[in-house]
Design a protein around this ligand. Sequence first.
Ligand code: PLP
Length: 402
Amino acid sequence: MSKKPSDPKNWNPATLAIHGLDRTEHAHFAVSTPIVHTSNYYFNNTQEVYDFMKAKSEGKVIREHEYGRYGNPTQQECERKLAAVEGAERAVLFASGMAAVILTIMTFMRRDGHIIFTSDCYRQTRDFAANLLAEFGIQVSMVDPTADAIEKAIKPNTNIIFTESPTNPYLRCLDLPAVVRVAKQHKVMTIIDATLATSYNLKPLAVGVDVVIHSATKYLGGHNDLLAGVTLGSDKLMNDVYRMQRMIGATPGPLTCFLLERGLKTFGLRMEHHNRAGMAVARMLEANPKIEKVWYPGLESHPDHRIAKEQMKGYGSIITFLVKGDDAKTRKFIDALELFLITPSLGGSESLVTQMWMMSFFDYPEDYRKKIGMSDNLVRIALGLEDVDDLLADLKQALERI
Ligand code: PLP
């Protein structure tokens, strides 16, 4: 019996992260994508310039490269693979996750419009929403991360719903089909920052979300060694995002794109490890008498466990918990960890630990911190790629010291 020719669209994320949907010819038949370090691309004569400009004015592409801010070959190869993994028509890469978030919002925001954000979102996104958007005459509502709360906040001038799933640090998971139903009913666009879920564990576009954003600094790059962001969606929407990027910049450099594409080659393997490690460590912490409470979507005790189970392939490697005790005990525990580096961020090969109030909310007034649940004993860990038994042992020994 002859083998059915496989359709790349049926390949799994791990395969797509390596091959994309189609193969691009590389100079010298190189297996890895060359790093093209140039800021501009020359034309051989004025006729070439004329033909290029004429084709461009008619919406045709006769050659891809012109100027570095408009993209480079290493970036475009990486974008093709990211789009394939996400199941998007097109990806646009940025120099950081925040550049992707802000420039995507700026692409679609409208004067006198209203944007709904969900609370418990990334600190800089929250600050952009709360402090900068008003300067542009945009109304903002910050609501609980649920479809119900979003629906209640819809106004006649709402044109964007911006959510994260899972959120940070409480890992709340949005019922995405319900959010999409609300959005479609009110003709509102949906944008999700799915950094913590990744395109391995969650497929927002498949359930009708319009635009997905990731901080590629995290799991997509995966090695704590680069900064990048990516916005993904239909060709039509991404053309608008790309136009904004061509104008403003925030384009990632070729070396960053090479590192990101290299990181993608192990994306599937890494995510399987992260998912396994996350579940094992979350269960251990929940059973440990020195821990007051654990938030991890894979645990039955998490408020959104049912939603997470329905829509996610795995739950990732971020775990948030309360140490039983005060600030001093929490610091003692963190300082006793041997494998965890004290730093913000997540999604890389090294395990990281953050005492939330001190690292991310230090400059907020104490009463506000308390109001949003940033208590002194709130800790977030982002497990890396170390052996799971070693991570369990390290956490246990540090807990025994308090
Ligand atoms: N979105 C989320 C959910 C994040 O956690 C972060 C960074 O931690 C960002 C966006 C910003 O990404 P970057 O640091 O790459 O700008």
